[in-house]
Design a binder for this molecule. Sequence first.
Ligand code: CIR
Length: 254
Amino acid sequence: MKYNYALVRPPGENYIQALSSTNQSKDVDLEKLFWQHQQYCQVLNELGLTIIKLPVELKYPDGCFVEDAGVIYGDSALVTIPGALSRKGEGKNIYKVLKYFKKIKKMVQPATMDGGDVIITPDKVFIGLSSRTNLAGVEQFEALLKEEGLPKVIGVPVMRGLHLKTSASYIGGNTMVASLVITKKYFDGFNLVTVSEEESYGANCLNVNGVILVAKGYRSAVKGIKAKGFEVVELEMSEFKKADGSITCLSLLF
Ligand code: CIR
């Protein structure tokens, strides 16, 4: 799919309070963090995208992870209700902008969903049932996006890691990159790039207009993706990783 825009929101100094399963956000090097975000935007820009940069959200330490606040599908943008209490409301300023491009649809309680749980492929949409995304979220996703001609929706229990996309991503050309923490049966029929459990973080990657962005230092992911014929750009993500953030979380592409 050809993307024209990337909506991003840089992290702020409050990022040291971002949620982290490893309690490492407080150790983040803010200078490095800001630089890594800048590099991310620069690469997207070089790949032909216009960057729409929202102001830093001082109320939301996790505000840079814009992917979780919504899902863009066809002509619609679905406003999710993020699963973590401290993140509820992060979508507000995002949709003030997206409404100029897309039809806005809103989830209602008791649904919760983080966009990081949604893997969209041409014939199936996989949705992680995680600590952030519940069954009501999946049902509302289906109902709200029905008019976009949504393909089959499949719920996948997330047993390890924060989101489904923490350990798997679809990169186009019927190719799924998945870490061994995910049961492979869900991805029968895809060309699989399997990533070792230790390198799970490298399984979160993003196809931007034909080039695959992968976190720097995850050799098995890079090797596997290149072997399928894709071009790869590696990005330094160390400071985002400390708060469980990965490549896809930092933008909404359309
Ligand atoms: C959180 O726990 O919600 C954030 N610290 C990380 C969110 C990462 N988002 C993503 O993978 N889509």
